[in-house]
Design a protein around this ligand. Sequence first.
Ligand code: ARG
Length: 437
Amino acid sequence: MPATKIQNAATNAATKEKVVLAYSGGLDTSVMVKWLQLEKGLDVVAICGNVGQDAEDLAWVEKKALRMGAVHSEALDMREEYAKEVLTKAIKANGLYEDTYPLLSALSRPLIVKHLVEIAHKMGASYIAHGCTGKGNDQVRFETCIHALDPSIKVLAPVREWDLLTREQEMEWAQEHGVPVPTTAAKPYSIDDNLWGRAIECGVLENPWNEPPADIWTMTVDPISAPDQPEEIVVGFEKGVPCSLNGKKMELLPLIVQLNKVCGAHGYGRIDMIEDRVVGIKSHECYECPASLALINMHHALETLCLDHDTLQYKHMIDQQWSKVVYDGLWYSQLKEALDSFCASTQAFVTGEVKAKLYKGSLTVTGRKSAYSLYDLSLATYGDGDSFDRSASKGFIDLHSLPSKTWSGKQGPAHKQAVPAPAGKKQAKLGYAVLSA
Ligand code: ARG
């Protein structure tokens, strides 16, 4: 192992420095618990963040780290905070990277990092370590967030450093050093999941022409075998935040958990996309995001009722920028805070209900209502009770079209029609003269 021992890491336990490790219980981070002790001479504090992943028993994960010599291990339940502090912002910003991906991995990392930094302070650790690869977005997010929260903390990224290049080498190292090795065959995909959905990459998905095999999906049924009857859902929003499901008041966390089940049962929420990573690589990614896509679509439907045209149009740009900033790991940044403030200020009247129908892989918004709706029937109606002053339209159109009219006569179609085509030259389409220089 070529890794250098950290200076001053004495063998005397009392003076050993500490590292807080973002621990998942999987092979990589389990090897890391031992490796950080042996190769870096550090005391390891293993922290597993529960953000709603479909993980094995997290108490077991805690024990596993302790068995490998961690001085402290904890599985922290971050679900409530994830929903309240993070996902509310994602909904208000209709957070979709490249207009498609609900950012589930990008949203969980900043919260996990916040806890790792707090624990590092509490336990006097000068290092934080993570198990991300050197090609992905998550290393960028982890480290950027750590640097933003406490620039004095040093980061260790063992996967970028060690020479365990294949799973076999890792398994061999694990066996030699008493790290329990998985007894089941390696999963063919790389998975990350939490309340906001599930990401699946690698394996046969590396070829972007390959249709995702049926076995990658676990949160959503195949739309072909989804129920033949559509199901209606109604979500209530209060200042842009979901607050009820089918008329029943609910906190955001249980609402998301339930919506994942309801929408997943109708095969809704599958995404297959080519995505642009921060480090410049295009990758083929598949996601299952039943609740997140449903809530974002329904929230946006309510915004179309409660926000005026200019705000909606401008906010779309802000939403896209918010999504990029968050994707790029800049959760703790000046721009992200400013974008959050913009979004929050637009949500003051985004209160009401949206209904939608789930049917064989689709969700269709079928209604929206709000006490603050800007939809005015007396203006919109073609029936009785019309209050719109049609006589004002003519003057409006005269002024609205004035720039087009001026342009047309000087440079555009009216001007070109007025200029005769030179002899021998053909008239172009639409009768425009072909003007020779
Ligand atoms: N591409 C997504 C992102 O960067 C998901 C990455 C999740 N990681 C995984 N192991 N599948 O946010």
